[in-house]
Design a protein around this ligand. Structure first.
Ligand SMILES: [Zn+2]
Length: 335
């Protein structure tokens, strides 16, 4: 079968690889859609932190936002999965350690991450194999495009819910990229007044096209009380800015990662009685995200600006493939 393989920084393309076989407890999925994410671009550039920490080495097969149909099951797996449209949790804990037993498999020290960590091949391929225990069945109203948006959506939903914001609250989101816009959508669906702060006019225009009328550059940002601030950027100075801007008693939520350490003065947290939260992964938010998509409470499909075949992935990762203002690129490996 065909798969996208990265062999080193800036080097990668479509290769013919052996078809996956469903091991005991695992299934093979025919991929219908896979999203390309900032993490994948960092693998392409060589900047991804796991490359330095040794959690991942080239060659690697990326792709961790996906939806597809189960085409074979390994021993011990319920045959009812066959033919089901599914998405899967990126985080695969070892299932035995203290964290896993406490329901925190997404921070298991020994975890694999599909398409990201420890050599588990990802979804930028015609097929992938994953543990059946990582699967979430998608209801009929969640198509393959929405299905491949569940993983980024789960991250965004967790960020939005971590603000605790609802009707009568005002939330500020730094970064109108995929995660920032989705977090804004979930916060809006929960009843909050949402403001977005971005750098480029094009990204702010796109945010406004999604109904976010309060979309500002940093210079334009109005002097309003913000009950919560979400940082969904890679800017090292913004985590501290979030604490300056949030109301006393409010919450700051960190989901972005900068390339250099971002520092903040904890006296600002203490003196403002501010709660700070970090979010890693979609895992505990996947089921709620599928529910929100199935009910229509949130529809992130306008974020998909282009759908390409595997042969275009290298250009997408290199930033040379033309894309519109919508931030997410999807791959259909059947194209
Ligand atoms: Zn574990």
């Amino acid at each position: 079968m065909r798969a996208f393989v990265l062999t080193g920084p800036g080097a990668g393309g479509v290769r013919e690889v052996p078809r996956p076989v469903a091991a005991p407890g695992e299934v093979v999925v025919d991929v219908e859609r896979a999203g390309v994410c900032g993490t994948d671009a960092e693998f392409f550039s060589g900047d991804m932190a796991y490359l330095r920490s040794g959690h991942t080495t080239y060659p690697l097969r990326p792709g961790h936002e996906w939806a597809g149909v189960v085409s074979s099951v390994g021993s011990g797996v319920d045959a009812a999965w066959l033919g089901r449209r599914v998405m899967g949790d990126t985080m695969i804990g070892d299932g035995t350690c203290r964290r896993c037993r406490r329901g925190l498999q997404h921070v298991c020290e020994a975890r694999q991450e599909v398409g990201v960590r420890d050599g588990r091949p990802g979804a930028l391929a015609e097929q992938l194999a994953v543990p059946a225990s990582s699967l979430h069945a998608l209801p009929g109203s969640v198509d393959a495009v929405l299905g491949a948006l569940v993983e980024p959506g789960g991250n965004a939903l967790r960020a939005a819910r971590a603000t605790g914001a609802g009707a009568g609250d005002r939330v500020l989101v730094f970064g109108p990229g995929t995660i920032g816009l989705m977090a804004a959508m979930f916060a809006r669906a929960d009843g909050a007044e949402v403001h977005l702060m971005g750098r480029t006019e094009a990204s702010l225009r796109f945010a406004r096209s999604l109904g976010f009328e309060h979309a500002w550059t940093e210079d334009e940002l109005p002097d309003l009380p913000f009950d919560a601030v979400i940082d969904a950027t890679n800017a090292a100075q913004l985590p501290a800015r979030a604490v300056e801007l949030v109301e006393p008693g409010g919450r700051v939520v960190y989901i972005g990662l900068s390339a250099t350490p971002s520092t903040l003065d904890t006296r600002t947290l203490v003196l403002g009685d501010v709660t700070a939260v970090g979010i890693l992964s979609a895992s505990p938010g996947l089921a709620a995200t599928i529910e929100a998509y199935a009910s229509g409470a949130v529809d992130p499909r306008p974020l998909v600006g282009a759908t390409v075949g595997l042969s275009d992935v290298a250009a997408v990762l290199a930033g040379t493939h033309p894309t519109g203002p919508a931030p997410k690129v999807h791959v259909d490996p059947r194209l």
